[in-house]
Design a protein around this ligand. Structure first.
Ligand SMILES: Cc1ncc(C[n+]2csc(CCOP(=O)(O)OP(=O)(O)O)c2C)c(N)n1
Ligand SMILES: [Mg+2]
Length: 321
C-alpha cells in the first residue's frame, strides 16, 4: 500500500516534533512546580507509534489510552493549549483542571482518555466498540495498551469479549520494554506479546517497528480496514521511552547502554533523515516546522499560565455523589 505523500511526511514530522517539545517543556514546568501531581508520564521516544497509528484512523474513530496520554491526545486533535491547561490544573483544561496529566480527555475529538489504573481503560475500549457495532457505524476504536497491562485481568476479559462479539477494536500494545522498572521478560512468559491474539482467536498483525512512523501507519491502515469488517485485531509496536516511567523514576538513568542504542532509533531523527535523503532542499522547511512547534508549545504554556483556576462552583460541578 502507499505510504505518506511528501506533504504528509512534513505534517507527521511537525506533529512528532510538537509532541516531543511539549513533553520536554512539561518536564521543565514540572520541575518548576507549575505542573503539579506525583507523576508525569512522558511520551518522548514513542511518538511514531502514536502518530502513525492515529493517522491511519478516520475522524469518527475513537482512541483511548492509559496515563501516558499527552502525545496521544495531541495526535488525535486535542488542542495543546487545553492539554497544557489541564496539567496546570486550570479551568480551561480538557477536564476543567480536575484531572491533570493522567486524565486528558476530549469527547469532541473522540479521545476518551487518559486512565491511571493499569488496564482499566480496556473494558471501556470494548464498550465503545460495542456501541459502534450495535449501531452499525463505520467506526473503530484504537486502544493503546502498555506491555505491563497485558498481564492483568482487564486485558484478558476485554480482549476475550471483543473476540466473542467481533468488536471493531485495534488493540495496540506499546511494548516499551518495561512496566515501571520491570522488564517484559520478568513479567511475561510469552515475551512476543502479539502472540496473545492466538489464544483469543483474533487476528494477529504481528510486531511492527514502533520507531518507524510510516511502518506503523501502513500496518494500522490494514488493521482499521480489517477491524471494521471483521472484528478485533492485535498489534505489538516495539518502542522505547527516553525518560523514566514517571518523573520520579531514578533507576532509569542507569540504563546508559540501552539508551544509547535506542537513541539511534529516535523516530524524529529517523524521519528527518528520510525526508532529507529524498530531498535535501527540505532542510529549511524542517527547521521552520521545528520553530513552529516550539512556538505552539510556548503558546500553550502562556494560555495555561493566564487561564483562571477552577472556582468553588467548578469544584462541585459534575460530581454525582
Ligand atoms: C491496577 C494497577 N496496578 C498497578 C499500578 C501501578 N502502576 C502504574 S504504571 C505501572 C506500569 C505499567 O506499565 P505499562 O503497562 O508497560 O505502561 P508504560 O508505563 O510502560 O507506558 C504500574 C504497575 C496501577 N496504576 N494500576
Ligand atoms: Mg511499558
Amino acid at each position: 500500500m502507499a505510504g505518506f505523500s511528501k506533504q504528509e511526511l512534513l505534517d507527521v514530522y511537525y506533529e512528532m516534533v510538537l509532541i516531543r517539545r511539549f513533553e520536554e517543556r512539561s518536564l521543565d514546568l514540572y520541575k518548576e512546580k507549575k505542573i503539579g501531581g506525583v507523576y508525569l508520564h512522558l511520551y518522548n521516544g514513542q511518538e511514531a507509534t502514536g502518530v502513525g497509528s492515529i493517522r491511519a484512523l478516520k475522524p469518527q474513530d475513537h482512541v483511548i489510552t492509559a496515563y501516558r496520554d499527552h502525545g496521544v491526545a495531541i495526535s488525535k486533535g486535542v488542542d495543546p493549549n487545553r492539554v497544557m491547561a489541564e496539567m496546570f490544573g486550570k479551568r480551561t483544561g480538557t477536564s476543567g483542571g480536575k484531572g491533570g496529566s493522567m486524565h486528558i480527555a476530549d469527547r469532541t475529538h473522540n479521545f476518551w482518555g487518559g486512565y491511571a489504573i493499569v488496564g482499566g481503560h480496556l473494558p471501556l475500549a470494548a464498550g465503545i466498540a460495542l456501541k459502534s457495532k450495535y449501531r452499525g457505524e463505520d467506526e473503530v476504536t484504537l486502544s493503546f495498551i502498555g506491555d505491563g497491562a497485558t498481564n492483568n485481568g482487564y486485558f484478558h476479559e476485554s480482549l476475550n469479549l471483543s473476540a466473542v462479539w467481533d468488536l471493531p477494536v485495534i488493540w495496540l500494545i506499546e511494548n516499551n520494554l518495561y512496566g515501571m522498572g520491570t522488564a517484559v521478560e520478568h513479567a511475561s512468559g510469552q515475551v512476543e506479546l502479539h502472540k496473545r491474539a492466538e489464544s483469543y482467536g483474533m487476528k494477529d498483525f504481528g510486531r511492527v517497528d514502533g520507531q518507524d512512523v510510516e511502518a506503523v501507519y501502513k500496518l494500522c491502515v490494514k488493521a482499521r480496514d480489517y477491524a471494521v469488517k471483521n472484528g478485533p485485531c492485535l498489534i505489538e509496536a516495539m518502542t522505547y521511552r527516553y525518560e523514566g516511567h514517571g518523573v520520579s523514576d531514578r533507576l532509569f538513568s542507569t540504563r546508559t547502554e540501552e539508551m544509547a542504542f535506542w537513541e539511534t532509533k529516535d523516530p524524529i531523527i529517523l524521519l528527518k533523515a528520510r525526508i532529507l535523503e529524498t530531498d535535501a532542499n527540505q532542510a529549511k522547511t524542517l527547521e521552520d516546522l521545528e520553530s513552529q512547534a516550539e512556538a505552539k508549545v510556548e503558546e500553550a504554556v502562556k494560555f495555561a499560565e493566564e487561564s483562571p483556576a477552577p472556582d468553588y462552583n467548578d469544584l462541585i460541578a459534575n460530581v454525582y455523589a
